[in-house]
Design a protein around this ligand. Structure first.
Ligand code: PNS
Length: 171
């Protein structure tokens, strides 16, 4: 008698996503098909001054991933390990752009493994063309009025420029 498997594989890609970049979206598009349910988790960091509110970051990622049926975008606060345990996450996915990322990612994976041993961390090597892309670079270029179209989707670029215009008006 054949038995139907009811195991649901859940993945989570956590990050600050301030803002989401083409590098993040590359990781999401490549990782999501490996899971039945794939969460993108926007970390709400109370101690960090972010450019975008968490709801704005969630919305931008939802728009950019609207064609991916298994992707759900959520905001989370507190410990990543706690969220993973509460939502039965099998694997946390992180992108590795270069050896410079490795030490930080290694420490984070080891820490999370101590806190939630049932959740694995899986690394995806970033696509070479996007290995120099980061949210902080995008913010810095935009703050000086530079061209960020090679780093983020058009809708995100407009939102970033609008944010800096708003800030400049406020003085
Ligand atoms: O995009 P980022 O800023 O590199 O993402 C880092 C993030 C949000 C994944 C990481 O800081 C995190 O998981 N924070 C939640 C708090 C936590 O669990 N800290 C302990 C593990 S380092």
């Amino acid at each position: 008698m054949s038995r139907k498997s009811t195991v649901i594989r859940r993945g989570l890609f956590p990050g600050s996503f301030d803002p989401v970049t083409l590098g993040h979206l590359d990781v999401i598009r490549r990782a999501a098909p490996l899971f039945d349910e794939f969460y993108v988790g926007v970390f709400v960091n109370p101690s960090k001054k972010e450019l975008f509110f968490p709801e704005e970051r969630v919305k931008m990622i939802q728009t950019a991933t609207a064609d991916l049926p298994q992707v759900r975008v959520i905001a989370f606060d507190g410990l990543l390990a706690d969220w993973c345990r509460a939502h039965k996450i099998d694997a946390v996915v992180r992108g590795l752009r270069s050896t410079a990322d490795f030490e930080y990612e290694w420490a984070m994976a080891q820490t999370n493994r101590m806190l939630a041993p049932e959740t694995e961390t899986v690394f995806l090597a970033s696509s070479a063309a996007l290995s120099h892309t980061s949210s902080s670079t995008v913010r810095e270029i935009a703050s000086f009025g530079g061209d960020i179209s090679g780093f983020v989707p058009p809708a995100v670029a407009s939102a970033v420029y609008a944010k800096y215009q708003e800030r400049n008006k406020e003085g």
